[in-house]
Design a protein around this ligand. Sequence first.
Ligand SMILES: [Zn+2]
Length: 345
Amino acid sequence: MDACVLEEWGGSLSVESVPDPEPGPNEVRVDVRACGVTRTIENAIQGGLDDDPSLTPRIPGHEFAGIVDAVGEAVEGVTPGDRVLSYFYLTCGDCDRCRRGETNQCTNVGGWYGVNWDGAYAEQTVLPASNVLPLPEGATFAEGAIATDGLATPLHVCRRTDVTDRDTVLVIGAAGRIGIHLSQLAALRGARVLAAEITDERLEYVDSVTGPAVQPIDARGTDFAKRLETATPNGDGPTVVVDTVGDTDTLSDAWEALSMGGQIVSLTTHHDRSFAPPLKEFVASEASILGSRYATKDEVVRAARLLADGRIDPVVTERVGLEEVPDVHERIRSGQSHGMVVLEP
Ligand SMILES: [Zn+2]
């Protein structure tokens, strides 16, 4: 079969012919129908999640949906022909957190599908049976690919922060797949949304794909904090700030404008970023800083239902074949991407 292969962390991708993968006793083989080509995967390619040289060559890609083609002899509950979508973390299934259903907090995690295990930038992929989840009826494969991370992660953020109609949510990096779907989801929960971006093109893009509850806001320049205050009721500033990109300068401005009792959420997967407000101000404003770690398996399936039911609009900017994936990653690397590109091998 054909696949996009990474020879070494930080290197470039090439399309190669590789042996068809065979499922082990507890594994399933899936025909890949749609896989997101995303910034999270680019970060993984750069070694941002694990840079152990023994893990390469590697087929990346973790945000996919497809049809089960074959199952190992010990697999129960998954059969050929099932429509499935993927779960990113290689969870143990036995730890206290896994038993509680908080699978994103697995304390014995075996790494990431697509990083420590070959992923879905390929015609077929083999993965642990516990890493496939049922794709709800009515959801397309592209919607399944969006649900796996692009909407499941925002769903987890909204649960962590309990976003309601009382909130003004600032989304930093709103034109990316997480930002776009988070903006929509927060608006669906009744919140006002300020969608921050740093180029005219990205601001216009956000405006073109979101509804009236989402207001694009320019994050450039020294008066960003002032603009945030003017854009919120009573000049109080946003009650929830979600940083999807790890931009600590923009985050510092958002901290300046954060409302009393506000919450700051970080989703960054970059290991070289840090942000710490002065402790006294932190106490005086009764602020919360939250890390939000991916999503549970339940949230991945629920995200797919939101798309299947039409409650959230799936944002797909481009559909590509395997040959185009290396170029898409070049564009992501140079910051020239928005929304979600979907590979249909
Ligand atoms: Zn576990």
